[in-house]
Design a protein around this ligand. Structure first.
Ligand code: AHG
Ligand code: MN
Ligand code: MN
Length: 322
């Protein structure tokens, strides 16, 4: 059994980056343990606090964030971190070579119903000429990521990770205490008959997405000429994992529910790392305007439209925006 290879066995992956990745994975192992305790761990339910996004934090959001933040900053490899649960970036070692952005707990609404949740992370190089407490360091496009991954705390705890040469799957082996490679170079099927979208927002979408999904629903009787199935887990990690495993299209389009918040998913710690993993597996990850990883960020918490998955289906969806 291979351990963390092949993602870490590459000429351009430095020993320092390997150590940082191992540090991140150590944090996920502890979160996995705590998640597995469920009711017995005393971490279900909500806090009384809101995060910067105006969302009530779950106890597990806070615990996972503190754990991740402390372990990563203590490692010394990191100049600063940014997190969904932190108002702004948090400074680490002034000489640290890396920046880590993360969503410590993705799928928070699933916590209390014992359903899929995960952790998403993204690593960039830290600029040498900026101070560790300068959040502008994080304004780097997704194509500059040097590593991205997620850990899915499902029936088994799984890691999907890329360092730019393929996306690989690993499973946490609790007897050995580490992640073991289970699938090298995951490839997303080019075509699919499965879509993933929160249909309850349908009336708030723009006409292009309405028309696209209407055609999917028409199945064999419509222009797409095949029947589609639908899945929505309420946790991007779970939906993206399914797309990586068996193809599909996942979309969180812009909508008009709240004029101040047309998009739901966050660029830096949701869309970008998933885009890196999806593209490395032969899929596409876009907005109607182009590649997600080409967006130049203006804010750590900025939100973005996301359409990702099987290449031919994403292209079919984009045609509605022509
Ligand atoms: P988080 O729990 O980190 O706030 O993220 C939840 C995100 C994403 O994981 C998921 O795909 C989406 O929000 C679910 O949205 P709905 O509430 O519309 O189902
Ligand atoms: Mn999330
Ligand atoms: Mn989260």
């Amino acid at each position: 059994m291979q351990r963390l290879a092949p993602a870490l066995q590459q000429d351009d992956v430095s020993l320092e980056l390997i150590s940082l990745i191992k540090t991140i994975l150590a944090a996920t192992k502890e979160i996995s343990f705590r998640v597995g305790q469920g009711h017995l761990g005393g971490l279900l339910g909500s806090t009384l606090d809101e995060n910067i996004q105006g969302e009530i934090q779950k106890k597990l959001d806070v615990v996972a964030n503190e754990l991740f933040k402390d372990i990563i900053l203590e490692s010394g490899f990191v100049k600063a971190i940014s997190s969904e649960e932190e108002d702004t970036s948090v400074a680490g070692n002034e000489n640290g070579k890396f920046l880590v952005s993360f969503d410590p707990l993705d799928g928070s609404s699933n916590i209390d119903v014992n359903s899929l949740i995960g952790t998403i992370f993204s690593i960039h190089k830290a600029p040498k000429d900026m101070s560790a407490d300068d959040p502008d360091m994080f304004k780097q496009a997704g194509h500059k990521q040097i590593c991205a991954g997620y850990v899915l705390y499902g029936p088994s705890t799984m890691l999907a990770m890329t360092t730019g040469k393929g996306t690989h799957f690993y499973v946490l082996d609790r007897t050995y205490g580490g992640y073991l490679l289970v699938e090298r170079n995951v490839q997303i099927t080019k075509d699919t008959q499965e879509f993933s979208i929160n249909m309850s927002n349908q009336r708030f979408w723009q006409s292009e997405m309405k028309n696209y999904v209407n055609d999917l629903l028409l199945g064999k009787n419509g222009v797409r000429n095949k029947d589609y199935n639908m899945r929505w887990l309420g946790a991007m990690v779970g939906d993206v994992h399914r797309v990586l495993c068996r193809g599909g299209i996942f979309a969180y389009p812009s909508d008009s529910r709240d004029v101040n918040k047309p998009n739901k998913l966050r660029l830096m710690y949701e869309a970008n790392p998933m885009a890196f993993l999806i593209e490395q597996a032969g899929g596409l990850c876009v907005t109607r305007e182009g590649r997600i990883m080409d967006i130049e960020p203006i804010d750590i918490h900025q939100r973005v439209e996301v359409i990702l998955g099987s290449i031919n289906e994403v292209k079919a969806c984009l045609k509605y925006y022509d």
